[in-house]
Design a protein around this ligand. Structure first.
Ligand SMILES: [Zn+2]
Ligand SMILES: [Zn+2]
Length: 245
């Protein structure tokens, strides 16, 4: 499995860096996870967006879907006469305005996922967990079916004890860590300390901190997570960072 960070900021792009978006590849299959602001430009450094096989969205906040419309236009305009398949875009159905945007006739089609169901997408099987957030949002545990290797993406979430069994012994915990320690129990995002606590109790193999704040010293943020874990590598997400396992 190969994860490429496209955008890693929370809320809004800043100084050339984009918001939440990740490319997950396995066995020639390319899955885009969230499509934040700047996604399309950064994605093009890695693959032609016409080659994307599928997209999945944690929720419909703009910092996770801002580039969805231009991704659809890219495929509509550049895919002309190239028999590009219709792009399946998976999202929850609890916000029908957000969900319906996933369909652009002849280009992309909205596909529902449900918390209680395991979703099959190409080489992956995906489980969901509702997070703590002002709007419906789902964390994902994405498993490569052939090998059992896996990734847990928290989506956006405040502290949630259920993330511990959900992320149990995952290979990579990709965690919304928008806040510095001291703001625990926030209604929308994890603090660096909480990410560390979840990682330790879930015995994850490595942690990638993402959905990062624009302000403040990120090395301090990283140290606050590291303080909570022993022998679990912690990395700060950055543009085009690749994690392979
Ligand atoms: Zn967000
Ligand atoms: Zn959000």
């Amino acid at each position: 499995m190969k994860l490429t960070v496209l955008g890693y900021l929370g809320g809004y792009p800043y100084k050339g860096q984009g918001t939440s978006s990740y490319l997950l590849e396995s066995d020639g299959f390319s899955l885009l996870i969230d499509a934040g602001s700047s996604t399309l430009n950064i994605l093009q450094k890695h693959i032609d967006p016409l080659r994307l096989d599928s997209v999945i969205l944690s929720h419909y906040h703009e910092d996770h879907v801002a580039d969805l419309g231009v991704l659809q236009y890219y495929r509509q305009l550049r895919g002309k006469d190239k028999s590009i398949p219709i792009l399946p875009i998976y999202g929850h159905t609890e916000d029908l305005v957000g969900y319906r945007r996933l369909t652009l006739e002849g280009v992309s089609i909205s596909m529902p996922y449900e918390e209680q169901q395991v979703l099959d997408v190409g080489p992956f099987s995906i489980q969901f967990l509702r997070t703590v957030h002002p709007v419906p949002c789902f964390a994902m545990r994405i498993k490569e079916k052939q090998t059992g290797k896996n990734l847990v993406y928290t989506g956006d979430s405040g502290y949630l004890g259920e993330l511990i069994p959900f992320a149990f012994q995952t290979d990579v915990l990709l965690a919304d860590t928008y806040l510095f320690a001291g703001k625990e129990k926030h209604p929308a995002h994890l603090t660096a300390k909480e990410t560390g606590e979840i990682a330790r109790l879930a015995q994850v193999k490595q942690v990638v901190l993402s959905h990062l704040p624009q302000d403040g010293d990120l090395q301090v943020l990283k140290k606050q997570t590291e303080k909570e874990v022993t022998n679990i590598p912690v990395r700060l997400a950055s543009e085009s960072m690749i994690v392979e396992w």
